[in-house]
Design a protein around this ligand. Structure first.
Ligand code: OOB
Length: 586
């Protein structure tokens, strides 16, 4: 196994194999089996392009061959930062074939995050795009090459604006190498190289061990910098297979990916991997706006998709508004949509009850985490359960404990900390050279339970209701922000003496971020909120981590042990917001 990863104890691994959870297949093996069984079926729809299973597999093999020729080897880490395009699939399946590990970055990540991912994982490769959503990702590549000496394989997929490679200007096979400085190669050129070499170039390259790590996923995090979650082929495929079954996927499934593909939810719950496993079709949505998504649902006859709560609210409001207009073509035909999954953050009961009447499909709540455990409401659960709980675990072998502050189990119905272990929940974060050992000691119990940081209540029939959170994290509409990460960036400002980042309630996103800042200088010379936000952007922090609000204050309230009392800060903020809303209303 990759050094720095914590394996399951052998007796657990044996049990999960005996139970048929771990089947000894790799992620690329799964695709290959489907490509052999039904080569001509469409696997992925991305813009104007439709790739069959055979084509997707062939492209992955060409890329793998080219990378192998260029020296990429099993166990090597490659940071992958791509938008929702078919190339995402091609790239990760190529890496799976080689046993090289994708490290999943989001398109919104900037140089602070990318540099951390590359250096902390010792990545030798970085795959990104050209211009996307108004930002030129080649700038990130240039920065990474300068700051990450191990990087040898920099690949740019497409160079045009919001590039759909192959169709965008300058992105074709002819894109000249001189367009790509810092030793980068275009994905098209790389694929062409592998195609020439042919699949035979991989003849001597063994398939990776299914028990080994397939990729590194990012944790939402609550401390300093994001941690990396090592998932094996065996454990991940189990969660994909079981999820596909729970969600009723089959060859007729048309699954639309709206959320960024790098997230665990749209990837595997059941996500695009589940749809491919079931022999269905994946439709990639470049944007999540109701207008574009509804049109795509109607055009491709989408049957299932997954959203975070703010997007679900946006879709509900848009569909209602379109109906209210009364024009027959104001709302595209959403009749093919059978299931809308909502997860990543708490979906209010009130909103949940609107899904069936407004969108005409079933709601499925999903409460999961990239570390493993995923809970689903079942499709045949009564409406009440689907609207008021966040579901129950995938597996009979998921072990769930709800405990008090002293790790003592609490009775059903009582809120407590959620701990879990099982056949697809990690036993430790990736810890090369012991980098995450201290964090692992805190995040896992000695007997291997992961401390999720979530506060839940369990119903008598084993469903979980999320009540809150004990971890120092902000859940901004499904995007997770570790308070400490942002605080450390603020503390790097020469005029900042202390900083504390907390969540503030928000009707739309659920939570937004507020940074309380104690300046070094007197208050009237303190940096402005605008200046501090610009400072954070300048440090290369992803946009979703930039605080929505900055409060300059003279000192922080403290707990009796002298720590900053975030609870009091949140309370003060809430009171302030309420007072402001009151005075605006009067
Ligand atoms: C998903 O994964 P992550 O790793 O981005 O975030 C996990 C955390 C959970 O620990 C919990 O705090 C929160 O996100 N969360 C929810 C939730 N689903 C996730 N909180 C309340 N209600 C829900 N339904 O977010 C994720 C991974 C796989 C499937 C779905 C979501």
């Amino acid at each position: 196994m990759l050094p720095g990863c914590t394996p399951w104890p052998p007796e657990y691994a044996a049990r999960y194999r005996a139970a048929g959870h771990w089947t000894g297949q790799t992620l690329h093996g799964m695709l290959r089996a489907r490509a052999v069984a039904h080569p001509d079926r469409v696997a992925v729809v991305s813009g104007d392009r439709r790739w069959t299973y055979a084509e997707l597999d062939a492209r992955a093999i060409w890329l793998a061959a080219a990378w192998h020729r260029r020296g990429l080897r099993a166990g090597d880490r490659v940071v992958v930062q791509l938008p929702n395009t078919a190339e995402f699939l091609e790239v990760i399946f190529a890496l799976f074939r080689l046993g090289a590990l994708p490290v999943y970055a989001l398109p919104s990540h900037r140089h602070s995050e990318i540099t951390h991912f590359c250096t902390a994982t010792g990545a030798v490769g970085y795959v990104t795009t050209g211009r996307h959503a108004g930002f030129d990702h080649r700038l990130l590549a240039a920065h990474a090459v300068q700051h990450c000496p191990r990087l040898r394989h920099v690949v740019i997929a497409g160079t045009g604006d919001d590039a759909a490679p192959g169709g965008a200007p300058g992105a074709g096979p002819g894109s000249a190498p001189e367009e790509l400085p810092f030793g980068a190669v275009s994905l098209d050129a790389l694929r062409a190289e592998g195609r020439e070499a042919g699949a035979a170039a991989l003849a001597e390259v063994p398939e990776p061990d299914p028990a080994d790590i397939a990729f590194l996923q990012l944790s939402g995090g609550s401390t300093g910098l994001p941690k990396f979650i090592p998932r094996t082929h065996d454990d991940y495929l189990y969660s994909v297979r079981a999820s596909a079954e729970i969600c009723g996927l089959g060859p007729d499934t048309v699954l639309m990916c709206v959320l960024p593909m790098a997230h665990n939810f749209p990837m595997s719950s059941p996500g695009f991997l589940g749809a491919l496993h079931a022999g269905g079709r994946v439709v990639l949505a470049p944007r999540a706006t109701p207008a574009e998504a509804f049109a795509l649902i109607a055009a491709e006859r989408v049957t299932i998709t997954s959203l975070v709560p703010p997007l679900a609210l946006l879709w509900l409001d848009a569909a209602e508004a379109a109906r209210a207009q009364g024009a027959p073509d104001a709302l595209p035909d959403l009749g093919s949509l059978r299931v809308l999954q909502v997860g990543g953050a708490k979906f209010s009961e009130q909103a949940a009850r609107r899904v069936r009447p407004v969108l005409g499909c079933d709601l499925q709540q999903v409460f999961g985490m990239a570390e493993g455990l995923v809970n689903y409401t079942r499709l045949d659960d009564p409406e009440e359960v689907r609207c008021t709980t966040q579901g129950r675990p995938i597996s009979p072998d998921d072990e769930v404990r709800v405990v008090d502050d002293e790790d003592r189990d609490v009775p059903d119905g009582t809120p407590g900390h959620l701990l879990t272990r099982g056949p697809y929940t990690i036993r430790g974060y990736y810890s090369p050279d012991g980098a995450a050992d201290a964090h692992n000691a805190a995040a896992f119990t000695p007997d291997g339970y992961y401390r999720t940081g979530d506060v839940v209540r369990r119903t008598p029939d084993g469903y979980l209701v999320v009540e809150g959170r004990a971890k120092d994290q902000i859940n901004r509409g499904g995007e997770k922000i570790a308070a400490e990460e942002v605080e450390n960036h603020l503390l790097a400002h020469p005029d900042v003496h202390d900083a504390a980042v907390v969540a503030m309630p928000d009707d739309y996103l659920g939570e937004r971020t507020c940074a309380f800042v104690v300046p070094r200088a007197p208050r009237d010379q303190a940096p402005s909120g605008i200046a501090l936000k610009a400072f954070l952007r300048g440090r290369g922090l992803a946009d979703y981590k930039i605080p929505d609000r900055v409060e300059i204050t003279e000192a922080f309230p403290r707990t009796h042990v002298g720590k900053v009392s975030k609870r009091e800060l949140r309370q003060a903020l809430r009171a302030q917001l309420l007072a402001r809303a009151d005075s605006a209303a009067s």
